[in-house]
Design a protein around this ligand. Sequence first.
Ligand code: ZN
Ligand code: ZN
Length: 264
Amino acid sequence: MLTFLEEFGYLTTWLLSAVVIYGRYLLLAGLAYFLFYRFGLGPARRKIQAAFPAAARLRGELRESATTALVFGAVGLFIVALRAKGLTLVYTDLNLYAWWCLPVSFVLLVVLHDAYFYWLHRLMHHSRWLRKVHAAHHGSYNPNPLTALAFHPLEALAEIAIIPVLLFVIPVHPLVLLLFGLWSLGWNIIGHLGYELFPTGFVSHPVGRYFNTSTHHNQHHLDGRYNFGLYFNYWDRWFGTNNPDYEQTFASVTGQLGDGARVQ
Ligand SMILES: [Zn+2]
Ligand SMILES: [Zn+2]
């Protein structure tokens, strides 16, 4: 039986991957934007910054996200091509490994991508050359859900480059890859939402404090010296890069300090 790649060729496989990635972004980020910025789902007090993004900014983010989808699609094609040559541990036969490989491989992808991103992100703020590339994403001082994939193409490539490498050492089923892609996009949308979703006290909860929040990443867009983490907060806590005002800002956004006590 011919594989998808043999049947349709490299160009169609690449474009189809990019269309699926962009479609998924438009659907989920667009839905979040509609619900919170048009439909008024988020309470005004939980808006982290009072201002709303200009239409020109949103159009720019939609364009940048389209190029990110082309880059991610190219990496998807690269993975498919590697697998066709038998060079990855991607498997489709569920009988090949124990069932628990599915959740364990998912957790490994998430934890390792999070660690990779934290250090890559710090490097992007440290190096003058990389800072120019990363500036495209930081064009949004006041992020919204559409900012989720708005990157310079080189940053998009750098962010996802770890995934094909991991597929050489971790056996991963395509369903796990699909779920990981949704997890990553979902967290990016939450991080850029502009509204705080997590409950009061979340950042002081023994478990909650190790997860990032919308406030955490929103603060990074305002002040790039702090808050480099992606999904989890332990790297920022361990290396002292959490914004010193993080807890207080979170408390004010979630109403813990009472009405009129907003700090920004
Ligand atoms: Zn961001
Ligand atoms: Zn940054």
